[in-house]
Every structure is written in structure tokens, then in C-alpha cells.
Design a protein around this ligand. Sequence first.
Ligand code: GLN
Ligand code: ZN
Length: 752
Amino acid sequence: MTYVVGFPRIGEQRELKRALEAYWAGNSSQEELQKTASDLRKRHWVYQKNANIDLISINDFSFYDNMIDAMVMLNATPAKYDDIDNCMDKYFAMARGDDNHKAMEMTKWFNTNYHYIVPELDENMDFKATITKIKAEYKEAKELGISPKVNFIGLITFVKLSKIVNGSEDKIIEKLIPVYVDLINQLKELDNNITIQFDESYFVTNPTSKDLETLKKVYDELTKAHDNIFVATYFEHSNEANEVLAKTNIKGMFLDFVAGSENSIKPLVEAGKKVGIGIVNGRNVWVNDIEESVKFLKGIAEVANSEDILVGSSCSLLHVPFTLKYEEKMDSDIKSWLSYAVEKLNEIKIIDKLFRGVELDAEEKADLVANQEAIATRKTSTKIHNQVVKDRVSNLTQEDEHRNMPFEERIKLQHENLKYPILPTTTIGSFPQTPEVRKLRRDYKNGVISVDEYEAQIKKWIDELVELQEKLDIDVLVHGEFERNDMVEYFGEQLEGVAFSQNGWVQSYGSRCVKPPLIFGDVSRPKDMTVKWITYAQSKTNRPMKGMLTGPVTMLNWSFVRDDQSRSATGYQMALAIRDEVNALEAAGIKVIQVDEAALREGYPLRNDKKAEYEDWAIRGFRITTSGVKPETQIHTHMCYSEFSDIMDAIEAMDADVISIENARSDNSLLEIFKQRGYKGEIGPGIYDIHSPRIPSVEELVEQIQALMKVLPVEKLWVNPDCGLKTRKWAETTPSLENMVKATKIVREQLK
Ligand code: GLN
Ligand code: ZN
């Protein structure tokens, strides 16, 4: 038996994105949108059917997100949207806001780059199951001759990932049990034997014993209603839950054997449960080593009945691109090492057949040969392996990860060198990416304009920005990042060992997709990446110009990273490549260099016991990147979040001279931790929120700076916005910064 946990829905050419955006823009009707959706579902099921997948999902489709879908189906929508009559309008108002309603909050789905809508639960809600959406999909699947499995978010994970706005979690769980039972009963009316998959990935985090008691209780109740329930967990092992669920009447579990290779199936096997071995990676794009997978499964078959073993994807294939079919320009070797969702279906099928001793047909045989060739060439290809890079990593010493002077001493040199005033002002890097900026880059990329025309225009914008910052009287300047499309892509494009796909889109949220770089080989930096622009900008001013780079952890976290060596090995290679750029900037006369680690926090492992291992390489990576400079060169870092209490050791160990952080919460409570710890570095807590178009007034900014001074020593404080300004308009940016500098000067006066 084969299964997939779920399938991407955006469409192989992002058809759903286009349909949604046309609908939102008022250019198409609800019927047209529904028609596209239904066509896509069918196409996706046919792909799975053709690959002999036995358990094909329904309800993995969504117009926006499955959590919001569940919220609707459970009648758990916040009352503030009740004035909207039309269901579809209401749905999109919750997902993305409308003229009269704010959108609901969105957050990252576990440690992925997919964002879900966070339900707001109230214990007084009138929960009720309505399965109209599922019924319609069921009917469509049936028409294609498919007896589908129904995906639905598990009760506990649904509640745990929601925000409780009123009442208690226990009460809500209690109230939802009969609603889930009713949901199951309604599903059974479609088919008395229907397979139901409840996703309970909350249990891969760090469940408490109370959580596990609740798990037992909930599934004891739900399995009274039905005997064909599977529980899926992914992104880690769920050993505690495996043990508990083995004692309930679930039919089986789907487990992640890629990210959760520690998963123990023993309790499940002993209890006669089915076990889904998720061995084809739903989070990464590299070919599966089919023969290794078969070997692994045969090992499992020594302790379990092979009829009880199902072969499938490690998690939903939502997190990988669709199909290699459209990769027409990619290097053929690199392409041979890749497998997207559709190709992964084929891998699952072949693995299952080989495992069960079923003869492959001619096409499958050829696929297997190609697969083993790809595995072999990955081991030796000179496109992947670069001995110079490997040697550099193995020759790294302690010295390479330490600045050669302690912070307290080097900061003095930096002050002499840079001569910035008390409460120095700066920005995080980017300035508005206007339609003209985007068009210029596009025209250059498409060969519509020449290099000279392109560079002349970028320089003109840099000139204007330098002039503006001087006029605003900002102390440490930036060049504005006009040449950058994206903080990871820009560097990825210039590094050896990193490739880009044409059509490798992955849904990030709603209709938005990202195309992560592919780190396929040993990483190195053949030439300067930013020096030209930064030194040009520096030549236009006497004030310090910040060099602006993306750090190694963020480069990895927002890419597909090769799986043929440890993540840390790739991380160190990336660190050395960026270190080369840091050193080149310094050699070119740049005195302040910022290395952004926007994704450090989200890269943390889901299991606490793996935290230390991650921190070890992540911090070393940052230190390797930034330790090659002279003491008087100032290293900044920037992080886009405001929750530091649990990662403070790591932040300190990074040993940056200045850290700028998000500080959206007005009570400055997050800074308490920096105070308590006596954080030694200088800190720029964002003094206004760049995610909003609002222009903060001088008065409120004065108050904000004064409030910061109550928490942190003034001689350590920097004044800056809380993130890059690329998403803002000029009409918001200039006055906001003007007010920021005015406010700073008022406070400086008060200090005299
Ligand atoms: N330097 C980047 C910018 O200003 C940082 C972006 C980020 O933190 N996400 O755009
Ligand atoms: Zn940021």
C-alpha cells in the first residue's frame, strides 16, 4: 500500500495563484474560480492515481489554507466577520482582510516556510461540523474512480496551534470531541469504510504528559465512532504519541522517517497497527536513493508484517515544487539529481513495488536505472565536489571563529574609528522597492537594457539615497539594496554550488509562492558580490556606509539544502563564502558590515534536545563569517523577531558588535532579557513598525526612545526602524525617518 500525506494545490504553473488573484482583483467570478479549483484537484488526483498511490487525499486542497478551512468547517470563525453574508467573501476577509475587516493573524507552519491562518478560539463558540467542502471533493474524486482518504487537522493540533481568545484550552478540547465525532459520522455517510487522516504534528514538538493524556482521551473517543482512522505526524519523530496511540483503536499512523528517523514503530507494531513509513522526503527536492529505501523497508519488515507497512511521503508534498516537466533550462546533471512532487509519487510507487517483490514494468526499470545513476553521479560529480572548499572547512581553526580582541576593547576602537554620536541612527538596509526599481532589474535580466544603462540607474538611486540620508542626518548609512531582488536569491545567484530553478515554486501563504535556491554542491564565492555597490556608495559620503550581507544560517534556511552531507558542513562552506565577502568589504575600506540572520530563529529544531546541536553550527557559522576582520571594523547583525528569551545564550555567543531587532511590542518587555543578562553588545531595538504604512510622530518616537533608555543603558542604544524598508512607499519612508532623527535629537538634547 502507498500513500501521500497531502499534495500541493497551487498548480504546476501556479494556476490557482492566477485564478485567486484574478478573483480578488474583481476580474473573474466565483464560478470561474471554482472551476479552476475543480480542474486542478482532478489533475492532481490523476497524477496520484497514475502513480498507483492507494491512499489519495481529499481536503488537502484549499483556497488559502487548511487551518482556516478547518475553522470554517468547525464553525469556529470569529464573530467579527459575521456581518459578511457571502461565504467566499467572508473566507477571504478572514484570510486577507477587506475594507472593513483586518485579516486574521498568520504564522509559520512548524519549521516550514508555509504560513497558516491562526484560528482565534473562544470556549463559548457554537462549534458544529459542516462537511460541504469535503462532500464536494469526495464526489469529484469518486467520479475519477478514487476512494479517497480524507485529510483533516487533528483535534489537539488544531487547538494547540490556535490562539485561545477566551476560556480554557481544556474546555475547548472537551467541546470539540463530540463535534469531531459528528464530523466522522458525517464522513461515514459518504462511505462507511472511509479512511480518515488526522494530522497531529503538534506531537512532534515537546508534548507534556498532560498533552499525552489528552491524546489518549481524544482518540479513545474518536475511535469509538470509526475504526479506520490514521494519525499523521511529520517534521520530527513523535515517539511519545506513537506509544500512546498504540493503545487506542486507531488503524495506524503515518510517520516521518526523514526528519523523524528516530520514530519507533515498536509499540504500534505490537498493537497490530498499520505503520506508514514516510520515506520519500516531502521537504526537499533531491532524488530518493530507492535501493537504500527498499533496504530500509526490508529491515522494518523483519519486525513488522509487510502488509501492515505502508510506503509514503514523509509529510505533505505541499512543501516541494510540482514537477520537473517545466525545468527546460536547467543543467541536465542537476536536473537528474532532483525530484519534485510528481516525481516523488513515482519514487513511492517503485519503492513499494521493489519492497513487495512486484516486477517493475519497462518504464519503471528505466526510472530505477536513472535513479541509481543519479545517486552515483552525486557522489563524484565535479559540479558538486570541490576539494578546495572541503579542505578549507576541514582546516578551520578556533582562531577563525574568534575576533582577535574582546568586545569591550574593540568597541572603543570602533568608536574612535567611526565617531558616531550617542544614540546613533541607522536603517536596516533596504529602501522602497518601487515599481521602477523592479522594472529596471527585470529589463536588465531580460536583456532589454545594457549593463551600463542598468548600473548607471542603480548608481543614480544610490546617489539620491546617500544625499537623502545625509540631509536627514542619519549617522550610519546604507546603499538601499536596489540591485537586490531578494536577500537570499541575490547571493545565491553569485555563489558556486547554488542553482536556481525555472519553475520550482512552493506555496508560502495564500497565493504567494517562493522559489528557493538549490544548494546542490560545495559552496564558494568566485568573486566579489557586493563590494562594487557598497564602495560606490561609500565614495559618495564621509559618513560610514554599512556593507550589507545575508548570513549563512539564513541562506540555508531559505534554500533547499543538499542532503548528501550534514547541514552543518554546508553551513560552514556558506560561512566561508560570506566571510570572503566580509573581508573583501573591509579591504575595500568599509568600516561597518551587517550580516543579517533573519531566519536564525525559525531554523531552530522542533525538539528541544536537538537545540544544542543546531546552535553549535549556526553560531559557529556566524562567527566564522564575521571573525576575519580587524577589531575596529564593526559587525552588525539584524534579526526580524522579538522573542529572544529562550535563545539568549546563542545571541550572546554570536559576538556581534551591534544587533538590531524587531521590537513591535510597545511595552519593551522583550528588552528586559537583554537587561537582565547584561547583554554586552550595542542594540538597536526597532523604534517603529515598518510593516504598517503609518508614519510615527516625533512625540511618540521621543517617548519610545525614552522608554528604551529605561531598560537599556543609553550608551549601548542605537535608533533604527525594526526591519528593511523595501515594502514601504517613499511617501511613508522619508517622513518616518525624518521624525526618527528629530526625535533622536530631542532626546540627545535632553541628555546634555
Ligand atoms: N537588510 C535586509 C533589508 O533591509 C534585511 C531584511 C530582513 O531582515 N528580512 O531588507
Ligand atoms: Zn528584518
